[in-house]
Design a protein around this ligand. Structure first.
Ligand code: SAM
Length: 211
């Protein structure tokens, strides 16, 4: 993602009703949302298009978007602050490699949308479906572990299928051309809109690891 300098990024993040600036909610996310509704997390939430739309469409589910680059998150926050206010959405500027520090058995579903593919072998460790990350995600989940992934990148998709399977996940759903599928209630991400408008196929998988 090309990152523009966002001059007022600090005040955008500080003053947003969605962005949490303390990370002390491990095991207590239900208190943050003040309800017992399921909690879904998107890692690498980018400019928040997907997570905001999901939260708007599903008011009985809580959503948390995690984005490591503050300028990217600030660009998204600036836009969603203009839209109707949602009480089931939180955003955090955080590196997902440390997710085990902020969640403890409370997440229902994890979304990985158009994660950076890191194609070079020497960068494999950085892929969000590398086992180093999968290990960290384990502790997040409240019951069965469920990951839903979309990408346009065939090599990253194939890598993720193998990595998740080797880590004990079963692939419960898979599409090599998601937009051709009928009756799939798809919420498009920013990257998905961009790539599909260029004619790229969108790959999707759901993976589940039983407790
Ligand atoms: N999910 C969005 C979409 O589909 O439009 C953005 C996709 S963009 C290619 C990937 C995003 O993941 C970037 O904004 C990047 O900063 C973020 N990201 C990558 N590694 C991350 C990590 N370890 N923790 C949090 N965010 C991360």
């Amino acid at each position: 993602m090309r990152i523009r300098n966002v001059k007022d990024k600090d005040s955008i993040l500080l003053n947003s009703k969605y962005v949490l600036d303390n990370f002390s909610f491990k095991g207590k996310w239900r208190e943050v949302f003040e309800n017992d509704n399921p909690i879904c997390v998107e890692i690498g939430t980018g400019k928040c298009t997907f997570i905001y739309e999901m939260a708007r469409n599903n008011p009985n589910v809580n959503y948390i978007g995690i984005e490591r680059i503050d300028t990217v998150l600030a660009l998204g926050v600036k836009e969603i602050e203009k839209l109707p206010v949602l009480s089931n959405l939180c955003l955090i500027n955080f590196d997902a490699f440390k997710v085990d520090e902020i969640f403890f058995h409370e997440v229902d579903t994890l979304y990985l949308n158009f994660s950076d593919p890191w194609p070079k072998a020497r960068h494999e460790k950085r892929r969000l479906t590398n086992f180093r990350f999968l290990e960290k995600y384990d502790i997040m989940f409240s019951g069965d572990k469920k990951i839903v992934l979309k990408t346009d990148n065939d090599a990253f998709f194939e890598y993720s299928v193998v990595s998740l399977s080797e880590f004990g996940y079963k692939i419960s759903d898979l599409s090599l051309d998601l937009h051709k599928r009928l009756n799939y209630n798809n919420v498009m991400t920013e990257y998905e809109k961009k790539f599909s408008s260029k004619g790229c196929k969108i790959y999707m998988l759901s993976a589940v690891k039983k407790v």
